[in-house]
Design a protein around this ligand. Structure first.
Ligand SMILES: C[S@@+](CC[C@H](N)C(=O)[O-])C[C@H]1O[C@@H](n2cnc3c(N)ncnc32)[C@H](O)[C@@H]1O
Length: 267
């Protein structure tokens, strides 16, 4: 990738992981039959200085990123087709470009990330009355005060490539905040299998689960609605060795996309 222009050097180390999904989406546009159309990622990566940064997580990571991008895009579009004024909260937004693919002029969208990252995001995206940025850690519960839910009863939370970098205690804390403040909300996020915890891959993951249903053990108000195993997705894009290894649950479930719902009433 060309290294010009904007400064990405002020990012905390965990935030540099945002370059990997950005590059995966941008590179997809060079393929004959791209799974997603994402000119914005191409534009951003051509202006960011990636010198010395890890920008490619490898074939398996790229496959997982594209699979989760496609699944969550489709789910969000489906929700917006039924409830166009949905409020969407994008946790650990990084330089995510989904807003460009789903914007309908009616939804309300919040992008939350650490202050250093939001200041980089501002170079490529603009706030308006429908799209807002929150410069806070998701572990600072005060961020919920910046969300205005009065305009819409339908709330969707997204956390892509985020929770695996937290300890289980921190993940439970995030779910606790969400369940208390956004009762009835739906959430989409990806989780890695426990097998990959503390292994140095492209990034070091701290939290994972074996079975999708295990997420309910972290919070009594969480209900699993659906899960997708990355090993079952975009099979034609997986190398043969991986399709064979998908027989193993830890390989098939190396990354799962979960759709959960927070209970409407306190239990
Ligand atoms: C792998 S990137 C994913 C970015 C984006 N969701 C995407 O898929 O393109 C992880 C993101 O989580 C953010 N992050 C890490 N810790 C965070 C925290 N405590 N609060 C908010 N964001 C955090 C990082 O700054 C980074 O932007």
């Amino acid at each position: 990738m060309q290294a010009t222009g904007s400064n990405s050097n002020n990012m905390p180390p965990v935030s540099e992981t945002l370059l990997i999904p950005l590059v995966a989406r941008a590179k997809e546009m060079a393929r004959n039959n791209p799974i997603i159309s994402d000119k914005k990622s191409m534009e951003i990566i051509s202006k960011i200085d990636t010198t010395g940064k890890v920008i490619d997580g490898g074939e398996i990571s790229t496959h997982g990123i594209l699979a989760r991008t496609k699944i969550i895009d489709d789910e969000v579009k489906n929700i917006l087709s039924k409830n166009p004024d949905t409020t969407i909260i994008n946790l650990g937004a990084g330089l995510d470009t989904r807003i460009c693919r789903v914007y309908n002029g009616i939804l309300k969208w919040y992008d939350l990330d650490l202050p250093e990252v939001i200041s980089i995001r501002r170079q490529f995206f603009t706030e308006n009355e429908r799209i807002r940025f929150i410069s806070k850690s998701v572990l600072d519960a005060a961020w919920v005060n910046e969300i205005n839910t009065s305009e819409s009863s339908n709330i969707v939370i997204i956390a892509e490539g985020l929770l695996m970098y937290f300890t289980e205690e921190n993940v439970a804390f995030v779910l606790d905040i969400l369940s208390k403040h956004f009762a009835g909300a739906h959430m989409f996020f990806d989780v890695v299998h426990t097998f990959f915890i503390n292994k140095k891959i492209s990034s070091t993951f701290l939290w994972g689960i074996e079975q999708a249903k295990d997420i309910e053990k972290l919070n009594a108000r969480v209900k699993l609605i659906r899960s997708w195993s990355t090993g079952d997705l975009l099979k034609e894009r997986q190398p043969l060795f991986l399709r064979i290894f998908n027989i193993l649950p830890s390989t098939r479930n190396r990354s799962q996309i979960l759709h959960i719902e927070f209970a409407r009433q306190d239990k």
